[in-house]
Design a protein around this ligand. Structure first.
Ligand code: NVA
Length: 312
């Protein structure tokens, strides 16, 4: 069966653990896995801005022996010049994997349905699963076993990162608290799915509107921009509503004394996170950014192997 990574729960708990183990191995020995040797190409398409995702995929694909092929989203005109299905059919004849950052999850699903090669979500409006795999790798490095740890996500819970943390965190057996203002909480269906996963892993998923209550005793505190890509026109309203959710030194102080702070970046100091926290001793954001490469290499290697096994 062709395997894709479109949302966090596309990996079972055992598969997620395997990917994290592989990511740690590849971090220690970056050139040990060569599943793209040839080189085979991986198409990378970005319909939204990118820094970390493009560079970490490009470097990681090269380290796996492959050729990172940047496909210019605007030139390709996916869904405009030709349908997502037709683009998928064409790309699938040229490359071993398709990595796509776009707006609608439904478009990504269409790509996966018609490509005939693994498709990886490099961020949609709904999910950012590669980021959460990198985050989990970073947390493991700093805190050991993920299972049973409490993570508090503070800020725009209704964005891709809030959803991905609910699914990816519970898959890892973590207790996930989402602290967001009214109107910016993940949908009930996301909590329902996270709780379903948590039944099997021992984790939990909770909405905790009060940020102090959410962060109290947490092992890991996560935030993200209040203005996700595509939401720029809502800036003024969002800054007002999210102001009480800034990850300040005072808020960080109620977490566990050895808690770590994560941010997928880009960060806006003085808005969702205080400079003292982002640049302070509890911040692991630069490890987190580096780990995108190691985590995504493991995802690619896993998908290629699992898809191949299924085909034989
Ligand atoms: N929620 C953010 C994540 C950026 C990596 C956005 O979608 O812009």
């Amino acid at each position: 069966m062709m395997r894709h990574f479109l949302r966090d729960d596309d990996l079972s708990p055992a598969e997620q653990a395997h990917v994290l183990d592989l990511a740690a191995k590849l971090k220690a020995a970056p050139f040990d896995a060569r599943p793209l040797a040839g080189p085979q190409s991986v198409a990378m398409i970005f319909d939204k801005p990118t820094l970390r995702t493009q560079t970490s995929f490009a470097a990681g694909i090269a380290e796996l022996g492959g050729n990172p092929m940047l496909v210019e989203g605007k030139l390709a005109g996916i869904g405009i010049r030709e349908s997502v299905e037709d683009v998928a059919r064409v790309l699938g004849r040229q490359v071993a994997v398709i990595v796509w950052r776009t707006f609608f999850q439904a478009d990504l699903d269409q790509m996966a349905a018609h490509a005939g090669v693994p498709v990886v979500n490099a961020l949609t409006d709904d999910f950012h699963p590669c980021q959460v795999i990198a985050d989990l790798l970073t947390i493991r490095e700093h805190k050991g076993d993920l299972s049973g740890l409490t993570v508090a996500f503070v800020g725009d819970g209704a964005c891709n990162m809030g959803n991905s943390w609910l699914l990816g965190g519970t898959t890892a057996g973590m207790h996930v608290r989402i602290s967001a203002p009214h109107g910016y909480v993940p949908g009930e269906e996301m909590f329902a799915r996270a709780r379903e996963i948590a039944v099997g892993t021992g984790g939990s998923a909770q909405a905790v509107p009060d940020p102090v209550e959410a962060v109290t005793g947490a092992d890991v505190v996560v935030t993200d921009t209040w203005i996700s890509m595509g939401k720029e026109s809502e800036q003024a309203a969002r800054v007002a509503v999210f102001a009480p959710y800034t990850l300040s030194t005072e808020l960080m102080a109620v977490a566990s004394p050895d808690a770590i702070a994560l941010h997928c970046l880009p960060a806006y100091r003085g808005m969702e996170i205080a400079a003292e926290v982002l640049d302070g001793p509890q911040s692991v954001v630069w490890d987190e950014a580096e780990n995108r490469r190691h985590a995504q290499k493991a995802v690619l290697a896993f998908l290629l192997e699992a898809s191949h096994e299924g085909a034989s």
